[in-house]
Design a protein around this ligand. Sequence first.
Ligand SMILES: CC(C)(COP(=O)(O)OP(=O)(O)OC[C@H]1O[C@@H](n2cnc3c(N)ncnc32)[C@H](O)[C@@H]1OP(=O)(O)O)[C@@H](O)C(=O)NCCC(=O)NCCS
Length: 170
Amino acid sequence: MLITARQVLALQKEHERQNFTCGSPALDRYLKSQARQDSDKRVAAVFALVQPPASQVLGYYTLSSSTIHADEVPPEIARKLPRHPKLPVTLLGRLAIDQGLKGQGMGQFLLMDALHRSLQAAVGIAAMAVVVDAKDALAADFYQHFGFIPLNQSISRLFLPMKTIATLFD
Ligand SMILES: CC(C)(COP(=O)(O)OP(=O)(O)OC[C@H]1O[C@@H](n2cnc3c(N)ncnc32)[C@H](O)[C@@H]1OP(=O)(O)O)[C@@H](O)C(=O)NCCC(=O)NCCS
């Protein structure tokens, strides 16, 4: 059997999700029972990490358009922005890796894929940052490890300016 490299693909109905376990029941449940519908209805774009020809989902993330209030942005960054009450962002709503793969760089691989995809999309539809919803303190630590900055008035929402993301892929 030909074993290919891991790939990130738009979630398809053929992708096997029922055995996915990441350590967060809510994130497991979302993949198993909500993700396809969100994707079909264009509420969220869902991307799956797979290793063809196997169809088992090894990890996933979701992206959607969102906005943040300008006063959520820390003042040192807000000062350099045009004055609009709301700012367009890309929301990385969920990101998870199967427990069997943890600690092997796959979370970082998926995060970089999501940031790169967001950067490319922002050429066509503006987004000044990627915002994440960290489900707990450990998840927030993961994002802060990669330079994400907490938004004002929130302990669980963090963001990374698109300008910074662009420097990652120069
Ligand atoms: C958080 C999660 C995605 C990390 O995935 P992973 O594949 O184990 O992480 P990686 O092996 O890619 O780690 C990459 C780097 O991040 C660091 N890291 C991983 N988890 C971390 C955490 N919780 N806090 C701080 N740093 C973390 C690693 O030490 C590594 O650093 P290094 O490159 O300097 O050595 C994974 O544990 C997971 O799916 N958790 C459950 C769901 C979740 O919390 N999702 C995030 C928010 S919705």
